[in-house]
Design a binder for this molecule. Structure first.
Ligand code: DMJ
Length: 450
């Protein structure tokens, strides 16, 4: 599947950001500020891990010869960080090849002006040429988004480690300081924060979109520091406790889910994005206090089962963008606009963690069901495509092979069927785009002591 996805990207779209597999051309989009080759950079480590050597060399050659960082355009700080910086760092650590390190550092420097705000909380959009930055037009009152400014920590610590320049670590440690200072309603972290005042702008809390990877990076920061960054661990433990108290619910049919919270009122909906949380909670459970371990492992398994149900209850056996638990509905989309599947990884990500941490064979079976469904409904003549409605067996295709399909979905599926020592969870943490970063078994210099 990886070879097919890559070969078609290479044939029809090399150097563009994504492949359009129906029209057999490339897509550029507006997330990466003039940067190109998002699929190349996102795919590098997956090709390498899968030992697709020829294909890895093709991708590497593109990075060496054609990857231009002197661009001028509006980029999402978050997306550039998780896909490009994360992809380059991971490939450097896997291969030791300097080109990936130097590109990561050069790109990291270009992201720094986004932090020039009164609080140091970065804005979401940055012009990679001029360094000007601003907030997303859709984010209320010029706010910054929790999942965006809260998903820089892992990559930025490695940028400091590799460059010897503490500035990257200082930027993300300051974000943590601001978050520690601000009052949390019921211990929860709302999704919108003002980069000017450092106060919340709205009280919407979600472990899905807009919040998700902030929580993921807390537990992974602790793991990546070889369990030295106890502040991150405490923030994770406290946040999870508040989430469990206020957001975790059981449906009439017995399915455990994590609702969204709007100023105290619950929205009984789970996004596909929220399905990463089964894996995250399992990863944290391993290191929880003895008396809480089993409790968190059970919670992780229940959430993963719910996400599996969202797949199993569809005609394609792929899950919708969001599913609900209201008016008699259980784990199904109720709105037409939520029935699509864009090759997202979160459900197989949780299967991979659950498999590694429990070795219950059902997770491999569930992963195999996804493989079969992808082959049946998403494989088209020239690549893999998202589908517009998971509840019909003849779905229309969206004509987009997302770069995260190669970075994450196929990588997690591959790891689900590998031995545990392939990228062992003791030695690597995966950034939120599934790019593996090494655990620092020696010591992170600047970061943790500050
Ligand atoms: C990916 O880019 C990352 O996993 C991110 O954290 C959330 N969205 C996509 C995949 O769904």
């Amino acid at each position: 599947m990886m070879k097919f996805a890559w070969d078609n990207y290479k044939l029809y779209a090399l150097g563009k950001n994504e492949l359009r597999p129906l029209t057999k051309n490339g897509h550029i989009g507006n997330m990466f500020g003039g940067l190109r080759g998002a699929t190349v950079v996102d795919a590098l480590d997956t090709l390498y891990i899968m030992e697709l050597e020829e294909e890895f060399q093709e991708a590497k050659k593109w990075v060496e010869k054609s990857f231009d960082l002197n661009v001028n355009g509006e980029a999402s700080l978050f997306e550039v960080n998780i896909r490009y910086v994360g992809g380059l760092l991971a490939t450097y650590y896997l291969t030791g090849e300097e080109v990936f390190k130097s590109k990561a550092l050069e790109l990291g420097e270009k992201l720094l002006p986004a932090f020039n705000t009164p609080t140091g909380i970065p804005r979401g959009v940055i012009n990679l040429g001029s360094g000007m930055s601003w907030s997303w037009g859709w984010a209320s009152a010029g706010s910054s988004i929790l999942a965006e400014f809260g998903t820089l920590h892992l990559e930025f610590l490695h940028l400091s480690e590799l460059s010897g320049n503490p500035v990257f670590a200082e930027k993300v440690m300051n974000i943590r300081k601001v978050l520690n200072r601000v009052e949390k309603p019921q211990g929860l972290y709302p999704n919108f924060l003002s980069p000017v005042t450092g106060n919340w702008v709205q009280h919407h809390v979600s472990i899905g979109g807009l919040g998700d990877s902030f929580y993921e990076y807390l537990i992974k920061s602790w793991l990546m520091s070889d369990k030295k960054d106890s502040e991150a661990k405490k923030m994770y433990d406290d946040a999870l406790e508040a989430i469990e108290k206020h957001l975790v619910k059981k449906s009439a049919g017995g399915l455990t889910y994590i609702a969204e919270w709007r100023g105290g009122v619950l929205d009984h909906k789970m996004g596909h994005l929220a399905c990463f949380s089964g894996g995250m909670i399992a990863l944290g459970a391993e290191h929880a206090a003895e008396e809480r371990k089993q409790h968190y492992m059970d919670l992780a398994a229940e959430i993963t089962t719910t996400c599996h149900e969202s797949y199993a209850r569809s005609d394609t056996k792929l899950g919708p963008e969001a599913f609900r638990f209201d008016a008699g509905t259980e784990a199904m989309a109720t709105r037409l606009s939520e029935r699509y599947y864009i090759l997202r990884p979160e459900v197989v990500e949780s299967y991979m963690y659950m498999w590694r941490l429990t070795h219950d064979p059902k997770y491999r079976q569930w992963g195999w069901e996804v493989v079969k469904a992808l082959e049946k409904h998403c494989r088209v003549e020239a690549g893999f495509s998202g589908i517009r409605d998971v509840y019909t067996t003849t779905p229309a295709h969206d004509n987009m092979q997302q770069s995260f399909f190669l970075a994450e979905t196929l990588k997690y599926l591959y790891l689900l069927f590998c031995e545990d020592d392939v990228l062992s969870l003791d030695d690597w943490v995966f950034n939120t785009e599934a790019h593996p970063l090494p655990v620092n078994h020696t010591n992170f210099r600047a970061s943790v002591q500050q």
